[in-house]
Design a protein around this ligand. Structure first.
Ligand code: ACO
Length: 403
C-alpha cells in the first residue's frame, strides 16, 4: 500500500511493504527462481544438473565469477582455497574462550567478524584483488571455524587442517577426527555434503543475503557483511528451520503423538505451531531442492546402515500435507530443510550444527551477491523509510511531574 505520513513535506508518498513482499532491492544476474514452477538456476544452470555434476568449489566459482571454470581455472581456485584452511594461531585461541554450550552460530558469527582484524590488508571493498583474496580466505576458513565451533561444544581439542585433503574431507576430519586424527570420510558422505552445500549456495534475495547486501551497502568490508548474514541465518524462520524440523520430529516422537493429531494442531495454529520445513516465501510449489535432498537422504542412510524412524515420520507428515486442503490451499510444500536434518544426524552432526552447515553452503552466494552489489553503479546505501506512528511533538516532562 501507499502511506502518507507526517513526514509528507519531506518524503511525499512512501511505499509501505513490510517484509518486502513486493519490493525489489537489486537487479541481479546470479540466481533465478520461478516459485510457481519450482525452478531454481544459478547463472542459468538448473540446480538439478549442478547438484549432480558439480562440486561445492566449482559452484562457488560459478556464482562469484559468472561462468563455469575451465579445468585450469578450477584447479587454481581449489588450490588457492585448500591451502588457506589454517587459522592464525592467535585467532585459533579465540575459540578457546567461548563456553561449551555457546551456540555454534554465535561462535561462527564472531569468528567471521574477527577475521577482519587479522586481514587488514584486504578490507577495501573497491579493490578487486583484495576482495578476491578475502573471498578465498572465507571459503577456506569458514569450514575450519565451523568444525572448531563443534569441537568446543564437545570439549575436544582443536585439530589442525590437513591440506592434502579436499576442503570437504578436511572439514569432516576436523569435525569428527576424535580421538585419533586418522578419520577417513566415507565417499558417499563426502559427495552428499558437496551436494547439500551446492543446494544451499544461493537463493537470490533471501533474508541473510539481503542482510549481507544491506550491511555492504554502507561499504562495510566483506567479512563484516558476511558475519551479518550469519546472524540473519541463525533465525528459526530462516536457516534455523533445519534444526527446528529435527526438534519438531523429536517432540512428536518423544510424545508418542500420532502424526495426524500433530497436523490437526498445526491447522488449528495451536500455540502458533507450524509444520517446520514447510512453506516458502517464494516457492508456491515443491521446492526443487527438497526433491534432491530426499534422494540424498535415502543414499546416505543406506550407505551408513542407519535406520531413522524420523525419516518415516517426516514422509508421513508430507504425505498428509500433500492431501490436506489447509496445505494445498496455502500452497505449502516441503522446503529444502525438511529432510536435511535427517542426513546431518546420520553423518553425526548434532542439531545445533545444522544451521552452521547451511552457512557454509550459503557462503558463496553471499560473496557473489555482495560483489554484485559493490560493482553495481546503481547501488545506494540501504535505507528504508517508515510510516511514523508515534507522538506528535510534546514538551519534556520533569521527573517530579511523572506519574
Ligand atoms: N505450517 C503451517 N502453516 C503455515 C506454514 C507452516 N509451515 N507456513 C505458512 N503457513 C500458513 C500461515 O499460517 C498463513 O496462514 P493464514 O493465511 O491462515 O494466516 C499462510 O500459510 C501464509 O504464511 P505466511 O507466514 O504469511 O507466509 P510467509 O511467506 O511470510 O512465510 C515461511 C514463509 C516463513 C517460510 C513460513 O512458511 C514458515 O514459517 N515456515 C516454517 C519455517 C521454515 O521452514 N522456514 C524455512 C524457510 S526456507 C529457508 O530459509 C531455507
Amino acid at each position: 500500500g501507499i502511506g502518507i505520513g507526517p513526514l509528507r513535506k519531506e518524503t511525499g508518498a512512501v511505499t509501505y511493504d513490510p517484509g518486502f513482499m513486493n519490493t525489489a532491492n537489486a537487479k541481479s544476474s546470479i540466481t533465478y527462481i520461478d516459485g510457481d514452477e519450482g525452478i531454481l538456476r544459478y547463472r542459468g544452470y538448473p540446480i538439478e544438473q549442478l547438484a549432480e555434476k558439480s562440486s561445492y568449489l566449482e559452484v562457488a566459482y560459478l556464482l562469484i565469477n559468472g561462468e563455469l571454470p575451465t579445468k585450469g581455472q578450477l584447479d587454481n581456485f581449489v588450490a588457492q582455497v585448500e591451502r588457506r584452511t589454517l587459522l592464525d594461531e592467535r585467532f585459533k585461541r579465540l575459540f578457546d574462550g567461548f563456553p561449551r554450550d555457546g551456540h555454534p552460530m554465535a561462535v561462527l558469527q564472531a569468528g567471521v567478524s574477527g577475521l577482519s582484524t587479522f586481514y587488514q590488508d584486504s578490507l577495501d571493498p573497491f579493490d578487486e584483488e583484495q576482495v578476491r583474496i578475502s573471498a578465498v580466505r572465507l571459503l577456506a576458513k569458514l569450514p575450519t571455524m565451523a568444525a572448531y565451533a563443534h569441537r568446543i561444544a564437545q570439549g575436544h581439542a582443536l585439530l589442525y587442517p590437513d591440506n592434502r585433503l579436499s576442503l570437504i574431507e578436511n572439514f569432516l576430519r576436523l569435525t569428527f577426527g576424535f580421538p585419533v586424527e586418522e578419520y577417513v570420510a566415507d565417499s558417499v558422505v563426502v559427495r552428499a555434503m558437496e551436494q547439500l552445500l551446492i543446494l544451499h549456495a544461493d537463493h537470490e534475495q533471501n533474508c541473510s543475503t539481503s542482510a549481507v547486501r544491506l550491511v555492504g551497502s554502507a561499504q562495510a568490508n566483506l567479512f563484516t557483511s558476511i558475519s551479518a548474514g550469519i546472524g540473519a541465518l541463525s533465525g528459526p524462520a530462516h536457516g534455523g528451520a533445519n534444526a527446528a524440523v529435527m526438534e519438531m520430529l523429536d517432540q512428536i516422537q518423544a510424545g508418542g503423538m500420532d502424526p495426524r493429531d500433530f497436523m490437526e494442531k498445526v491447522k488449528r495454529k495451536e500455540d502458533g505451531i507450524r509444520l517446520m520445513g514447510f512453506g516458502h516465501r517464494v516457492y508456491k510449489n515443491y521446492d526443487p531442492r527438497a526433491r534432491i535432498v530426499k534422494k540424498i537422504a535415502d543414499d546416505v542412510l543406506e550407505r551408513l546402515g542407519v535406520h531413522d524412524e524420523r525419516l518415516e515420520l517426516a514422509m508421513k507428515l508430507e504425505e498428509i500435507a500433500l492431501k490436506d486442503d489447509y496445505f494445498v490451499e496455502r500452497r505449502l510444500y516441503p522446503n529444502v530443510d525438511f529432510y536435511t536434518g535427517i542426513i546431518y544426524k546420520a553423518i553425526g552432526f548434532p542439531t545445533e550444527m545444522f544451521t552452521v552447515l547451511f552457512a557454509i553452503g550459503r557462503l558463496p552466494g553471499w560473496i557473489a551477491q555482495w560483489e554484485e552489489m559493490i560493482h553495481d553503479p546503481e547501488t545506494k546505501i540501504g535505507r528504508p523509510r517508515q510510516i511514523y506512528t508515534g507522538h506528535a511533538e510534546r514538551a519534556y516532562t520533569e521527573m517530579s511531574e511523572r506519574t
